[in-house]
Design a protein around this ligand. Structure first.
Ligand code: GDP
Ligand code: IMO
Ligand code: MG
Length: 429
């Protein structure tokens, strides 16, 4: 009953989609446990590029059943747009299953996301503007609309009324916006009901039965450890728990059934949106990584902030997720850099910190203490084993492994599925 979790170890966009795709041929289910259409996963299969937002990357694995788990927030308009775009390219999306307990993103959540960000001014989070935060706020406030509510018009109406009564006060009196009508919102949801119906099931029952039958389940987390609302750089985070524990809650697969927890981590670091980032580069080297790594957001098109690998973050992420493996991506992007700095500890106002400081204030003040590694110039994009890497690239990877708290099991040397050095099988070994 292998149940494997994929977790972003930094601030997102580590290559989780590629990792799912790599394993996709061998798994029976790929469930997305958290997030919504704030994610953006690029998957390159045989030179064909796919960009997924709400759907798990597993939708591209023909033998796997893709699922949107109970921990997700679903924008129905975005869902069907994505399905239609994939179908138009010949993909089969009919296997998709959606949890009846997942929450829905309403049009008013998107409005609130945008006006709240504007209201925050300099303190804005830099959200994706997809209404994700307000949808999760409603879930926790017990004002949310769930997927199953779309099939019961009278409950749906009651819930929309309840939610809008409060939101319209806020929109009109605080944000000076027009009130949103109950009828138009109810109709918005009802218009999707028939198309949605065949996709909706009790995903937890199906997943647990699948595990009982010895099937392989992959939980493909969206976002990442440092965007986690509990463990991330709060308040500059998303509103869900993209860490390993969240994968359990968000899919209904108990912790004791999880057999592997794979952290996906870039050989350097990127971040989209606001918030502290100790190894961030503000010089031409940052531009170089951005350009060479293609570091522009799939979802919003925003340029990603770039910096060096941060082993303090890697160690902390290893601990709080209980990683069994690291999959290091984008090593090839570092080819051609003469000396590669790696952050091994922080200097916080004159004091050395080998681990994450306790407070975000200290993390804001953290200056990286770097160790420097000799670079390489040889093309590594065809390497299939560690031995095929130039000595300096191998030394870099082995040094990172020693400081990162978890064994390295796979190394990405290019965007394509096949451009991966596998050291330990991520399901069986
Ligand atoms: P995700 O959100 O974690 O799935 O990651 P994104 O898809 O947003 O960003 C990762 C990007 O890196 C995508 O464009 C991938 O195609 C690309 N990628 C993944 N692994 C590698 C790698 O090993 N080398 C290179 N050059 N690109 C990679
Ligand atoms: P994937 O799955 C990178 C960031 C946003 C913002 C913060 C809150 O592709 O790794 P939200 O809209 O979620 O309320 O925004 O989180 N963010 C991501 N950054 N990759 C993502 O997803 C992200 N999803 C959200 O930029 O800083
Ligand atoms: Mg992404």
């Amino acid at each position: 009953m292998p149940a494997v979790v994929i977790v972003g170890a930094q601030w997102g966009d580590e290559g989780k989609g590629k990792a799912t795709d790599l394993l996709g041929g061998r798994v029976d289910y790929v469930v997305k446990p958290n997030g919504g259409n704030n994610a953006g996963h690029t998957v390159v299969v045989g030179g064909e590029k796919y960009e997924l937002k709400l759907l798990p990357a597993g939708i591209l694995s023909p033998n796997a059943i893709p699922m949107i788990g109970n921990g997700c927030v679903v924008n129905l308009e975005a869902l069907f747009e994505e399905i239609d775009a994939l179908e138009a390219r010949g993909a089969d999306t009919s296997r998709l299953r959606i949890s009846a307990n997942a929450h829905l993103v309403a049009p008013y959540h998107q409005v609130l996301d945008k006006v709240t960000e504007r209201f925050l001014g300099k303190r804005a989070i830099g959200t994706t503007g997809r209404g994700i935060g307000p949808a999760y706020m409603d879930k926790v406030a017990r004002l949310g609309i769930r997927v199953q509510d779309v099939f019961d018009e009278s409950i749906l109406r009651q819930k929309v009324e309840g939610s809008l009564a409060q939101k319209n006060e806020l929109l009109v009196k605080v944000y000076n916006r027009r009130a949103i009508g109950v009828d138009e919102t109810v109709q918005y949801f009802l218009d999707f009901a028939e198309r949605l119906r065949p996709f909706v099931i009790d995903t937890t029952l199906e997943l647990n039965r699948a595990l009982d039958d010895g099937k392989v389940v992959l939980m493909e987390g969206g976002q990442a450890t440092y965007l986690d609302v509990d463990h991330g750089t709060y308040p500059f985070v998303t509103s869900s728990n993209p860490t390993a524990g969240g994968a359990s809650v968000g899919s209904g697969i108990g912790p004791s059934r999880i057999t592997r927890v794979v952290g996906i981590i870039k050989a350097y670091t990127t971040r989209v949106g606001a918030g502290p980032f100790p190894t961030e580069l503000f010089d031409e080297m940052g531009d170089y990584l951005q350009k060479k790594g293609g570091e522009f957001g799939v979802n919003t098109g925003r340029p990603r902030r770039c910096g060096w690998y941060d082993a303090v973050l890697a160690r902390h992420a290893s601990r709080i997720n209980g990683f069994t493996d690291y999959f290091v991506t984008k090593l090839d992007v570092l080819t051609g850099i003469e000396k590669i700095p790696v952050c091994v500890a922080y200097d916080v106002d004159g004091v050395r910190h080998d681990e994450m400081p306790m407070t975000l204030t200290d993390f804001h003040h953290a200056k990286p203490i770097f160790e420097y590694f000799d670079g390489w110039t040889e093309d590594i994009s065809d390497a299939k084993t560690l031995d095929e890497l130039p000595t300096n690239a191998r030394d870099y990877v082995l040094a990172l492994e020693k400081m990162s708290g978890t064994r390295f099991s796979a190394i990405g040397v290019g965007p394509d599925r096949d451009q991966t050095i596998v050291l330990h099988d991520l399901i069986d070994d």
